[in-house]
Design a protein. Structure first.
Length: 184
């Protein structure tokens, strides 16, 4: 009797393992990224803790990396996300780099989250992103941040860089843009 019970238990265990196997494979493949676990990714709202240094392989990654650098007060990484023209412009200004560093430190205190909501392809190497930047207070020496902003990103070699000034979003910008997947 005991041997029959052991066999039944082994068979039930094997059956349960076989039934659970597809679920385990599903969990261990495409559904284990931090993007999926955090609800992050294109179009999803990211809290300051969810924003990551994602590199500059895509326009969205470059903008998120810039915000990550600001959230973390890392002005060197933020500066590296900028295109060479923007870097040169900062360098030409009296105390430009010092002022840039101070602005990044200020943003580290106030950024609460971000969301990239749409993209507009201007050329193969130029994209504008519409995004929301939530802050707990206006930046020092600045007014309130508009609900949505637009940022130009340019592909230089294999990387996308933040270029030009960030500008406020206007409804006419939407023509020709594409919503990011997951954006609401």
């Amino acid at each position: 009797m005991k041997s029959h019970l052991k066999i039944v238990i082994v068979i039930l265990g094997a059956f349960m393992l076989a039934a659970a196997f597809p679920l385990m494979i599903w969990k261990l493949t495409s559904h284990t990224s931090t993007d999926h676990l955090s609800g992050a990714g294109p179009g999803h709202y990211l809290t300051r803790k969810q924003v990551t240094l994602t590199g500059c392989a895509t326009p969205e990654a470059a903008l998120q990396s810039m915000v990550w650098a600001a959230v973390n007060g890392d002005s060197d990484k933020a500066f590296a996300c900028l295109g060479p023209d923007v870097q040169a412009d900062i360098g030409k200004r009296r105390n430009g780099r010092r002022q840039f560093d101070a602005r990044i430190k200020n943003y580290a205190q106030i950024i609460q989250g971000m969301q990239i909501t749409a993209r507009k392809v201007l050329a193969d190497d130029q994209v504008e992103l519409k995004f929301k930047l939530d802050t707990s207070a206006p930046p020092q020496n600045g007014g309130p941040i508009p609900d949505f902003l637009v940022q130009l990103l340019v592909k230089l070699g294999d990387e996308w860089k933040v270029c030009g000034d960030t500008k406020p979003y206007t409804p006419d910008w939407d023509e020709g843009s594409q919503p990011e997947p997951g954006a609401s």
